[in-house]
Write a protein that binds this ligand. Structure first.
Ligand code: SF4
Ligand code: SF4
Length: 159
């Protein structure tokens, strides 16, 4: 199952302090991301050109990325430089379940494509044996079932 972005914008609403626009030439912005030190040229594309000047989003999210704008449906958001976003954005896949051990240390994350990211072999075995086979096609039910199994095995779960 491929990773699916629901355009909730959650990953972009606090990243503004890390993205600096140094210069603009028409629809192209020369920028730096202080998260990685990456320098990149962000180019407005598609509907991004039409909505860039509407900065109303920043009254609700003052720390949003300078390239985040409201989407065309309620509670959705778009990246106005989608094709030229920095690499940490291209590689990002948010998680739907954060798994901690009994001491509270993060030991795994589950993406919304149901893939587990972990270095904990016990957790991986449990996941492969009991959680991946859960049949539900409904993501909310699937996540609740997964949580029940993880908590029953001594893990702490945040969703
Ligand atoms: S990557 Fe995840 S958090 Fe970011 S907009 Fe998509 S669904 Fe939301
Ligand atoms: S560049 Fe685009 S994807 Fe990256 S944080 Fe900004 S709005 Fe989000």
């Amino acid at each position: 199952m491929p990773f699916r972005c629901y355009r909730c914008g959650r990953c972009c609403t606090a990243i503004g302090p890390y993205i600096t626009i140094h210069a603009r030439e028409k629809d192209t912005f020369f920028c730096t991301s202080s998260m990685t030190g990456e320098r990149f040229f962000g180019c407005l594309t598609g509907s991004g050109k039409e909505v860039f000047d509407d900065t109303s989003i920043f009254s609700a999210f003052p720390d949003a990325c300078p390239f985040l704008r409201a989407g065309d449906t309620e509670n959705t958001y778009i990246c106005v430089i989608y094709d030229t976003m920095p690499s940490h954005c291209k590689n990002f896949a948010c998680y739907v379940i954060l798994i901690k051990d009994s001491r509270g240390l993060v030991v795994g994350k589950v993406r919304n494509n149901r893939l587990l990211s972990t270095d904990d072999e016990d957790l991986r075995s449990l996941y492969n044996a009991d959680i991946l086979p859960i049949q539900s096609k409904n993501e909310v039910i699937w996540q609740k079932e997964a949580k029940k199994i993880l908590v029953g095995s001594g893990y702490k779960v945040t969703m």
